[in-house]
Design a protein around this ligand. Structure first.
Ligand code: PHE
Ligand code: ZN
Length: 851
């Protein structure tokens, strides 16, 4: 039973642990229901701490025995851990506990997935394995012995002795317990090796279930590319003899950076042409890089406490984005990231869950692995790099690695490194870490024709967010350029720094009123309000030299026409359609970029835009307008679609690289528009003949969207029923594309399908997550979508609180909608909150969302 009042933990209350650990020895005797864990830990008093309370975290453990320096002790044990009198001198703690991995459905601690043992310890899962000071500032070297009958027995670090039924591992690098990992199973490896720049040979393995061996090659190449890239760009070399990756089917998140033994959700590592889409390949490459890059930003330098989570996550997301830009296309990656930021982080920052990049309080840390900590955290690093410049950034990073290697560091340490290495005062910049909410930057223009002077008047403001009424001005880097009326760029990109609530910038000696291109490359995560009309947007779409802003201008035109269609029943704007036609036919632009231009803002994003404008979004109207714009695009481009389709069929063998995937994207967009005009022949033929999942799946999507998919849906299932990752797509697609009035029914029917398994987070998300992502369907006025999601969250909570809590975010935007929908959602939120024994995770999320 949980406490009536859940406990809140505050950043300001941080104190160090009373002891330091010199070494940890663990022995695991594996058994599905009665695993024994023996620990032997050398403690000594921490000279930097005053409080010597000896408290060890421990949850769901059966304590068998405990000794201090060999003498039996009787700790006082609660649900959260144990306390015992400990000497004010060095001592050895030994304990034996029993745990039951096969009944662990929360997928935290030691659990089983398809007969294999695996662990997940971040953030606070190690306390479900043994008694330990489970906090990231307690770091130690680990020696591990695993006893079990499985063929493969893995842990962190370098391999030691092994033999029939056992294996030993030792990790020479001190680490916090959240980076501990163990895997045991009858796995098969895809082996390779990498020679570091100083000549050390590293053994590499991707471990998978038998049958998945043919899906490892791409991930392995991505790993080697990441290792090389981190040497070349950041000067960071790998530091063990071996690097193992394991694929697991049951996993709450994407992947985990355990030292030398990364554990991956199988959907984030297994890849093949026949079963993975181009988007999957790109995501897998990025996640492999992300986890690998954590070896330095996260593991060698870790976090003092969980409030500092963005120290490792923001930086590592920033690094993996740099890697993807280098491997693929820089503008396309930037555009993709901004689309994701607006879709996931902006709603969070502007709703009841808004929190700073470095939160100052929480009840359950698992609820703070958010878009704000990760994606906005990465944006903050990007701004810092823009402000100090390329060379100064890498110089500061060198100092960071040198000064803090082996430390559990803070955001203060990070900022200090930049201040010391650049000589800049970054105290105002630091507000990006402490203030929540998305700033609005408004720009007014003034043109003095007589004297040729052009002035931009900037002002910045941030609306109040939960717990933060007052906002101070932040340092906002605005990258901008000027274009002459004829379209030529007269002032190339340069960066100005906004530091005040209001600030002006003047250009003189101009012959004619220029057109400014503002916030190039999306140089800060803000909402820009400028004086701009459709003529000017069309001008920027045609002439801007900044690829991001060119895309933005096209997107703004699309947004504007959609808003007019929704609010005023207007017809689609010719300015947008003509501009689109020009871009799509511009062969000098790369296909991936043209493929992006052909998309228009999602229905969810439009709901956000309307709400920003003070309008109440009507999900049905948004859906109808979005479909109507698709039809209008098809009409406008009708004569060029067949050629666009034919000319962009990649030739030669399938390659999931930027070029091939860009072409497939553009060709698929053409196929989709032709289908809108009633010509399904391409989609049908492509579905039948595709030799890769990108083309097969897109064809299926088009057929389903046009209401002609029943047969293909069945055929697809028959073809792929043995492949769980493809079947996740099959579940998701039918729900994402269901008509608004059918979405809840389709979802409910699929939860009755024999392949639905609520205990598998991927399958649960493919089903209920897809419902939440079908904007018009989830928000259908019947309320059936809300009720169905609530039913399943209530069912899942006792089994898997983490995944349940994360999916509650589907309701975070509820106050945008009309009174009727608000009442329906509120009733569901209250029903969830009233559930007996609700987890701390879900309780915190629903309470915050209700506000
Ligand atoms: N630290 C992991 C990552 O970002 C995410 C994660 C968090 C995984 C918590 C599991 C549990 O790479
Ligand atoms: Zn991470």
């Amino acid at each position: 039973m949980r406490d009536a009042a859940p406990q809140t933990i505050y950043l300001k209350d941080y104190t160090p642990f009373g002891y330091v650990i010199d070494s940890v020895q663990l022995t695991f005797k594996l058994h599905p229901t009665e695993t024994r864990v023996l620990s032997k830990i050398a403690f000594r008093p921490n000279p930097e701490a005053t409080d010597r309370t000896f408290f060890l975290h421990g949850e769901e453990l059966k304590l068998i025995s405990a000794t201090i320096d060999g003498k039996e002790v009787s700790p006082s044990v609660t649900d959260e851990g144990l306390t015992v009198d400990a000497p004010d001198a060095p001592f050895t703690w030994e304990a034996e506990v029993e745990i039951s991995p096969s009944t662990n459905t929360a997928l935290e601690g030691l659990y089983m997935s398809n007969g294999m043992y695996c662990t997940q310890c971040e953030a606070e899962g190690f306390r479900k394995i043994t008694y330990y000071p489970d906090r990231p500032d307690v770091m130690a070297t680990f020696d591990v012995r695993i006893e079990g009958s499985e063929k493969v027995l893995l842990s962190n670090g370098n391999p030691g002795a092994s033999g029939e039924g056992f294996a030993e591992w030792s990790d020479p690098w001190k680490k916090p317990a959240y980076l501990f990992a163990l895997v045991a199973g009858d796995l098969i490896n895809h082996p390779d090796s990498f020679t570091t720049r100083t000549g050390t040979d590293v053994e590499l393995n991707i471990w998978v279930r038998p049958g998945d061996e043919d899906k490892c090659a791409f991930g392995m190449q991505a790993l080697k590319d990441s290792m090389k890239w981190d040497e070349d760009v950041y000067g960071r070399e790998y530091d063990l003899d071996i690097f193992n990756i394991v694929a697991v089917d049951d996993f709450n998140m994407g992947a985990m950076e355990n030292k030398g033994l990364n554990i991956f959700n199988s959907s984030c590592v297994l890849a093949s042409q026949a079963t993975s889409t181009d988007a999957d390949f790109e995501r897998i490459e990025a996640i492999i890089a992300h986890e690998y890059f954590h070896n330095w930003t996260g593991n060698r330098i870790t976090c003092r406490d969980w409030f500092q989570l963005c120290l490792k996550e923001g930086l590592t997301v920033f690094r993996d984005a740099q890697f993807t830009s280098d491997m693929r296309s820089e503008p396309v990656k930037r555009i993709d990231d901004v689309i994701a930021l607006r879709a996931r982080q902006f709603p969070e920052d502007q709703g009841p869950l808004s929190h700073p990049v470095r939160p100052e309080e929480f009840q359950e840390i698992n609820n703070f692995y958010t878009a704000t900590v990760y994606e906005k955290g990465a944006e903050v690093i990007g701004m810092l790099k823009t402000l100090v410049g390329h060379d100064a950034y890498y110089k500061a990073l060198d100092l960071y690695f040198e000064r803090h290697d082996g430390d559990a560091a803070t955001i203060e340490d990070w900022i200090q490194v930049f201040e010391d290495s650049t000589g800049r005062d970054l105290q105002q910049f630091k507000r990006w870490y402490s203030q929540s909410g998305t700033p609005k930057v408004s720009v007014k223009e003034e043109w003095d024709a007589e004297n040729g002077i052009f002035t931009l008047h900037f002002s910045q403001s941030t609306a109040p967010t939960p717990g933060q009424d007052i906002k101070d001005p932040r340092v906002i880097p605005i990258a901008l350029g000027l274009l002459a009326p004829g379209g030529k760029e007269t002032h190339p990109t340069h960066v100005i720094e906004l530091t005040h609530a209001e600030q002006s910038l003047t250009f003189d000696g101009l012959d004619a009123r220029p057109v400014p291109s503002l916030l190039r490359g999306f140089s800060a995560p803000v909402i820009l309000e400028q004086e701009i009309d459709n003529d000017r947007r069309a001008f920027l779409l045609a002439n801007d030299t900044d690829p991001f802003n060119r895309w933005e201008a096209g997107g703004d035109l699309a947004r504007d026409t959609l808003i007019n269609m929704i609010l005023k029943d207007a017809a689609p704007s010719p300015a947008y359609l003509h501009g689109l036609r020009r871009v799509v036919t511009d062969e000098s632009l790369d296909p991936a970029y043209r493929g992006l231009m052909i998309q228009h803002p999602s229905e969810t994003e439009l709901a956000g835009t309307l709400s920003d404008m003070g309008e109440i979004p009507d999900p049905t109207k948004i859906h109808i307008a979005s479909r109507a714009l698709l039809a209008a695009k098809a009409e406008t481009l009708s004569d060029i679609l067949p050629a666009l389709y034919a000319d962009n069929q990649p030739t030669g063998a399938y390659k999931p690289d930027a070029e091939g995937s860009g072409k497939r994207d553009l060709a698929n967009a053409a196929m989709s528009l032709m289908a809108k005009l009633g010509d399904l022949s391409h989609a049908k033929a492509q579905f039948a003949s595709a030799d890769n999942m990108t083309q097969q799946f897109e064809a299926l999507a088009v057929l389903v969207r046009e209401g002609q998919g029943a047969e293909a849906v069945k055929a697809f299932y028959d073809q792929w029923k043995e492949d769980r990752l493809v079947i996740n797509k099959w579940f998701g697609l039918q729900i994402s594309l269901a008509e608004p009035e059918d979405a809840a029914k389709v979802t409910e029917a699929l939860t009755q399908h024999p392949d639905f398994d609520m205990k598998n987070p991927n399958r649960f998300r493919a089903t209920l997550g897809a419902l939440a992502g079908n904007h018009a369907g989830f928000h259908h006025e019947s309320g059936a979508g809300y009720a169905l999601l609530a039913d399943w969250l209530i069912k899942l909570d006792p089994l898997n609180p983490q995944t349940t809590a994360r999916m509650c975010t589907a309701f975070q935007t509820w106050k945008r909608y009309d009174a009727g929908r608000q009442a329906l959602i509120k009733a569901q939120l209250e029903r969830i909150l009233a559930t007996p024994n609700l987890s701390r995770d879900t309780n915190e999320m629903i309470s915050r969302i209700l506000g």
